[in-house]
Design a protein around this ligand. Structure first.
Ligand SMILES: [Zn+2]
Ligand SMILES: [Zn+2]
Length: 285
């Protein structure tokens, strides 16, 4: 068993793609487990977040994307491209749902001018040769040097290819819910995990958020059909018997009338164990 410490850094903790003054960044996390550095989701801000967490972009290794909503994938290409210009020396593998390869190829096409000129002018290796894309479905995603990753399709309509991820190494395990409505099978999938990172929404904030964003009923409908309330995340954590629940992908995340205490009150109705309310840059040891 490895003595390498397991460390989770919440780089971007808000749900949804909008940025607001003083607010947190969209979804991305860094998981260090079994000596590997793993990026989970690539919302806007992931590159800055990794650098601020002390990670050398040259060492970018494994990237997982749970689904192709922009708050999880918008900065995938820019992250890899920036790592490439920072001197990326080893290959990167990106695991994502069907469509991830297409997304990456189109990014490279959009950046064609810059990529070709840097290869010719600065003698860089071809970025295409340094990146492998692995599209996955439900079940085992990878197994390598003691690191096991598996996926569970969750309930995030209208997106059908959205996957919770379970990372295991030795006795350590960390599960990410991805974006999902209350989904009881997640409890089995997360059974006994050390940490469950679950998305969460707070009822009180939804109406104010909908008013601020400005497409009213449709946005409210999407949120209620596709995301979980904090109490529902707590229910999953309790049924799974996890060691710690991390509420993440917070909706709303930037409402001045909502603070950490409000999230705690909501989740304590269903979860009595160790608890973390995510914020950008927070380290869960
Ligand atoms: Zn999302
Ligand atoms: Zn989503």
């Amino acid at each position: 068993m490895s003595a390498d410490p397991t460390r989770l850094v919440l780089l971007g903790s808000k749900g949804g793609p909008a940025l607001r003054p003083g607010g947190p960044w969209p979804s991305s996390s860094l998981l260090e487990i079994g000596g590997r550095k793993i990026v989970v989701d690539c919302g806007l801000g992931v590159t800055r977040g990794l650098v601020d967490a002390g990670i050398s972009l040259k060492a970018l290794d494994l990237v997982f994307v749970t689904h192709l909503h922009s708050d999880h994938v918008l900065e995938l290409g820019p992250l890899i491209h920036t790592a490439w210009t920072a001197g990326l020396a080893t290959p990167v593998t990106v695991f994502g749902p069907p469509g991830t390869g297409h997304h990456w190829q189109r990014f490279c096409q959009a950046m064609e001018f810059d990529i070709e000129i840097r290869i010719a002018d600065e003698g860089r290796p071809d970025i295409a040769d340094m990146v492998s894309i692995v599209e996955f479905g439900e079940g085992r995603v990878m197994e390598e040097r003691g690191l096991k990753v598996s996926a569970l399709r969750v309930d995030h309509p209208p997106v059908t290819d959205c996957f919770a991820l379970r990372f295991e190494h030795g006795a350590k395990s960390v599960v990410f819910s991805a974006d999902t409505a209350f989904f009881p099978p997640l409890a089995d999938f997360a059974k006994g995990a050390d940490v469950l990172v679950h998305e969460a929404m707070l009822e009180d904030g939804i109406e104010r958020l909908v008013a601020k964003t400005g497409n009213g009923a449709r946005l409210r409908e999407h949120l209620l059909a596709s995301h979980s309330f904090a109490g529902e995340a707590g229910r999953i954590a309790t049924d799974a018997g996890v060691g710690r629940l991390v509420l993440n992908h917070l909706i709303p995340a930037d409402d001045p009338e909502i603070g950490e205490a409000d999230w705690i009150v909501a989740v304590r109705k269903t979860w009595a164990g160790d608890l973390t309310i995510a914020r950008d840059g927070l380290v869960v040891g």
